[in-house]
Design a protein around this ligand. Sequence first.
Ligand code: COA
Ligand code: MG
Length: 296
Amino acid sequence: MSAPIRSFLFVPGDSEKKIGKIAGTSADAVILDLEDAVSAGRKPVARQLVSEFIAAEPSAAVGPQLWVRMNPLGTEHALSDLAAVVASRPAGIMIPKIDGPSDVLRVHHYLEALESANGLPSGLIRLLPVATETPLAPFRLGDFAAAGISRLYGLTWGAEDLSAALGASTNIGPGGAWATTYQLVRSLTLLGARAADAEAVETLYVDIRDDHGLAESSRRARAEGFSGRIAIHPAQVEIINAAFTPSSDEVEFAERVVEAFAADVGTVALDGKMLDLPHLKQAERVLALAGRPRSS
Ligand code: COA
Ligand code: MG
């Protein structure tokens, strides 16, 4: 199991200045955005800037994995985005506003053709759908498990486009936490991703000055089973990386658990407590999280 990506930093694809900051980020991955951060008139410029940037950064170089957010299927931009960026070998594509696994399969097939046309290994480019941005999408989160999309990296969720699609005036509940609908789709994303043996990626934290709230909610997300989070500002990256990295105490304990199970037993006692196989699985996950996915 390779270590999951802790932080995905969004970078507007038409901003030369912000793209220029990628070299200095400690994000595990960046997502060069061709969708909502780029106005309709700037799409062609963004496509070209992003393709050239990725092509100039060989994937073996030190630094973050380079992902691209394409425009939604059904828009005039989607196929042009894929056709433009595949040759540059992005690590993955984020697909916004899907209605379910069949949309992701469509992109998978487009990528098979484009990888072949560009002499790239089949399945090289991974996929991360934003799986809750339409009212229909949340009902299909459980269907990823049987969809057999081998290049699926994980699932993430978003509250902004869903609330717009629902005609909601807010996505926040009375206590300041997500309103019920968004808590529901967040949990379904976590369950759907894990059922599909894929990563669950927490949504962005919109208040870029609230470091404490970001740290707190990110730690909670990891405790619930998410393995990484979207960042929208460079200052959020270190906080997210720290929250999704197990502490040295956690790693040490996990090593002791794995060691205790080395004798091929189903139950052991450690520090006076009974541990069985779910604890072993949890410990192995902590050790996987402690490894790092960045190219080195
Ligand atoms: N990627 C790379 N660099 C970024 C960045 C990002 N996402 N966000 C900010 N920066 C840079 C700025 O250009 C600025 O550089 P400078 O110091 O040389 O001027 C520096 O980091 C500090 O930025 P700051 O002034 O605090 O923020 P801002 O007002 O320039 O930008 C946002 C605020 C929210 C517009 C910006 O963070 C952003 O564009 N985020 C990503 C938005 C996006 O992609 N959304 C789509 C997904 S929801
Ligand atoms: Mg959006």
